[in-house]
Design a protein around this ligand. Structure first.
Ligand code: SF4
Ligand code: SF4
Length: 176
């Protein structure tokens, strides 16, 4: 993984390429693990000594990834893990990947440091647009802080094609 500070990015829009759902293991919090187990069965998850994960299929792909033609959509939108909601951004209390002045982001009377993984195809390099700075990154920050769960600017526009109704079986959301 290689990270760049957000000030080197003009914008980000998910292209629904699905690369991130084919290449990475998704780490789950305990409540996220429990929701997946209750709705889809424990076999959709796995663990190691100290972490819980979505169990990838034999070909390495997330079992909740659905494809239409060349587009990929998450079938877990209604209970999407935070690791997936925040990808490809890392929002950190310290400038862990350097370039502190370019990574600093001030909001809600706090300073955080935001980086993006350059493996994501949705990144566009350049001078940050107003929309990216004030809406997209703000929404990512709200998700990271736990003050927002609904994604508007931080997911593929395909989600608004009512994929939730198509893909999501009745589900249980337990409040923990
Ligand atoms: S977040 Fe990036 S890598 Fe993942 S599907 Fe969207 S464009 Fe592709
Ligand atoms: S849960 Fe959804 S976003 Fe996360 S890896 Fe699976 S398909 Fe992709």
């Amino acid at each position: 993984m290689q990270f760049v500070p957000w000030r080197r990015l003009a914008d980000w829009k998910c292209t629904a390429c699905g690369d991130c759902c084919r290449c990475y293991s998704v780490v789950l919090s305990f409540p996220e693990w429990l929701r997946i187990v209750e709705n889809y069965g424990i076999e959709k998850t796995t663990s190691d000594i100290d972490k819980l994960y979505i169990r990838r299929k034999e070909n390495g792909v997330c079992p909740f990834l659905y494809s239409f033609a060349s587009l990929s959509v998450c079938g877990l939108q209604h209970i999407k893990p935070k690791a997936c909601q925040l990808w490809p951004f890392k929002i950190l209390p310290k400038p862990q990947y350097g370039h502190a002045s370019e990574a600093a982001y001030d909001a809600f009377q706090n300073r955080v440091f935001i980086y993006a993984d350059i493996a994501c195809r949705g990144l566009r390099f350049g001078r940050p647009t107003w929309e990216f700075t004030n809406h997209v990154l703000r929404e990512f920050l709200e998700i990271a802080l736990g003050s927002r769960s609904v994604q508007l600017k931080t997911t593929s526009a395909l989600v608004f094609a009512d994929t939730r109704r198509v893909f999501s079986p009745p589900y249980v959301v337990r409040r923990l």
